[in-house]
Every structure is written in C-alpha cells, then in structure tokens.
Ligand binder design. Structure first.
Ligand code: ATP
Ligand code: MG
Length: 202
C-alpha cells in the first residue's frame, strides 16, 4: 500500500469491500505471516477501517508483535474454539492511544489443546467458520494469522475465509523454479482442501 491517507466511508466502500476475512497461511515458517498480519491491520486501521486480528498460533507471535503478550484478557482464541463459547469474543484493542480500530484476539499455548479437540471432531474444520457465522464480528476486516502448518488450525481458517494470502520469500533465480513448483503444490493442496470444505458445506 502506498501513502497513509485516511479515507471517507464512501471512498472506503469503493476501494475495498467490507466484511472481508483474510487468512494468512502457508506451511513455511518464518516467512513473515505475522509481520504481514499486523502491518496490514495497522495500515488498514490508519485508513479508517476496523480490523479484528485473530491469532491462531500457539507461538502467539502476532500477540507479542502487537505488544499484548503480558496483557490480561478474558481469554484467547482457544476460548473461541471451545464448545462453550457464547459469542463473547475476548478482543483487546492494540496500539491504544495511537489507533483505536484494531482489535486482537490473542493466540497462545492454550491452542495446543484446541488442536487436539479440533482434530478429534468430525466437524472440527468448520469450528471457526461456525463461530464467525453464529457470532459475527462487526469489523471491516478479519485477518487470521496462522501457524506454519496446513493442519488442523489453518484449515479452520481456510474454511472461514473469503480470501487467502500466501507469503513467499523472494529468492535468487536458480531456486525460483523449485520455489514456483512448491508454490504450485501448495496452491493445489489448498485448492483441494477448499473444494473439499465447500462440498461438505453444500
Ligand atoms: N521484510 C522483512 N525484512 C526483514 N525481516 C523480516 C521481514 N519480515 C519479517 N521479518 C522478520 O522475520 C522474522 C519472522 O517473521 P514472522 O514471525 O512474521 O514470520 P512467520 O511466517 O509469522 O513465522 P512463523 O512461521 O514462526 O509464524 C521476524 O523476526 C520478523 O521480524
Ligand atoms: Mg507467525
């Protein structure tokens, strides 16, 4: 994105539709998924959009990058996945005082148990999609920062998302072919999973 101009509501509607759910996922580690998540959220926030950042990584890098590591909240994303979730999203405002449009639902080690629960449940892949459908967030954008794997939590993000962003690291020419091949493989896997998910939803 260029510049940091704040847009009017009308301009915002023209530029980007609201209610977009974007998951940032790939099976590669350390490729800036969390960095992109919070920078994108911040830039959207500066432009006047509201953003919910969902951290579904047990390593909670996004939570830490947003300066919320020590911040006590009512819960984390683990509570959202829990069968007892009642729609009370444990959101906390990031960068308070600077910008008030970005809210984070923290990740954390509690998500290890969530991974086990989601894996056991036949409808586990749809948990997050169900939560967002039963208890919708009113933000213009929902951004989901995934851990560096494709299963099982990133699959819940895939099922819940309208868009997916796959970060890749730029590399020297010689390895570009391999990288492109790997990317094609990854896209094929994600497309197949998305097709599977859509088929089950129909
Ligand atoms: N454009 C960049 N230039 C230099 N360093 C970067 C850039 N983007 C991210 N980093 C650094 O690379 C490291 C990994 O980034 P980040 O944690 O965002 O990756 P990730 O894909 O979310 O990792 P993980 O797979 O562990 O979740 C961080 O220390 C981050 O500050
Ligand atoms: Mg990360």
């Amino acid at each position: 994105m260029t510049g940091s101009r704040k847009y009017s509501n009308q301009e915002r509607e023209k530029i980007m539709p609201a209610n977009l759910t974007l998951s940032i996922e790939t099976n590669a580690g350390g490729v800036a998924k969390s960095t992109i998540s919070y920078n994108l959220a911040y830039e959207l926030g500066v432009r006047g959009y509201s953003v919910a950042l969902l951290d579904i990584d047990p390593n909670e890098s996004l939570t830490l990058f947003c300066g919320l590591g020590e911040f006590k909240t009512q819960g984390t994303m683990a509570n959202v996945y829990h069968p007892d979730f009642n729609g009370n999203w444990p959101l906390v405002t990031a960068w308070q005082g600077k910008i008030d449009k970005i809210q984070v639902c923290k990740g954390g080690k509690e998500l290890h148990e969530t991974i086990r629960e989601v894996s056991k449940d036949l409808r586990g892949t749809y948990t997050l999609a169900d939560r967002l459908s039963d208890y919708p967030l009113s933000h213009d954008f929902v951004i989901i920062d995934c851990p560096a794997t494709l299963e099982p939590l990133p699959l819940t993000a895939l099922a819940a998302s309208s868009h997916v962003l796959i970060p890749i690291q730029p590399s020297a020419t010689k390895v570009e072919d391999i990288q492109q091949e790997q990317l094609r493989d990854l896209l094929a896997v994600l497309e197949a999973k998305a097709k599977e998910i859509r088929k089950k939803l129909d």
